[in-house]
Ligand binder design. Structure first.
Ligand code: QAP
Ligand code: CO
Length: 175
């Protein structure tokens, strides 16, 4: 299974991911292959649709104080559902599918999320701060939503202009 990061404006990022029904070897292989991609690209969160698999699968690894991301801190979520949300937090977000662009986004500060692990066990997690932001960002991916969709009109316009310029430079670097 060779995985590549799908980058905006690729339409595949707009697909709605399907619920996982079979907790089989294929699911485990997908999860096992997503982890090195996330770590190798300096990510803290990755949804399966970002590697072109439209399944309700996401992984998270929030760095510790020293910036380390030990594998013990890896969280795998299958079929996540937010059952409670309150408060407000503004956090500067980025996305592996929208490289080199970062913007402040408003989210819920506190959430409770129900999900399944890779063996189909049901779990509940309460989160706040960066973990809460990351979960909401990744669940948005499962619904075809990107953080740039949450920008005000003028910010979004500015983003589209800058991003297009950057894509052009990638294709034909002039330096
Ligand atoms: C989502 O994002 C997130 O532009 C995960 O050049 C972001 O891992 C959750 C990344 C912020 C909570 C807060 C982005 C790496 C990684 C880039 C990421 C880049 C290299 C983004
Ligand atoms: Co993202």
């Amino acid at each position: 299974m060779k995985l590549n990061i799908v980058e905006y404006p690729d339409k595949r990022l707009r697909q709605k991911s399907k619920r996982v029904e079979k907790f089989d070897k294929e699911l485990h292989t997908l999860l096992d292959n997503m982890y090195p991609i996330m770590i190798g690209t300096n990510g803290i969160g990755l949804a399966a649709i970002q590697v072109a698999h439209a399944k309700q699968v996401l992984i998270l690894n929030i760095p510790e104080e020293d910036g380390e991301q030990p594998v013990d801190n890896l969280i795998e979520m299958i079929n996540p559902i937010i059952t409670h949300k309150d408060g407000e937090i503004i956090y500067q977000e980025g996305c592996l599918s929208v490289p080199t662009f970062y913007e402040d986004i408003k989210r819920f500060e506190n959430i409770t999320v129900n999900f399944q692990d890779r063996d189909a066990n049901t779990k509940t997690l309460e989160a706040n701060g960066l973990l809460s932001v990351a979960i909401q960002h990744e669940i948005d991916h499962l619904n075809g939503i990107l953080f740039i969709d949450k920008l005000a009109y003028s910010r979004r316009k500015k983003f589209e202009k800058e991003y297009k310029r950057m894509q052009k430079e990638k294709k034909s670097p002039s330096n």
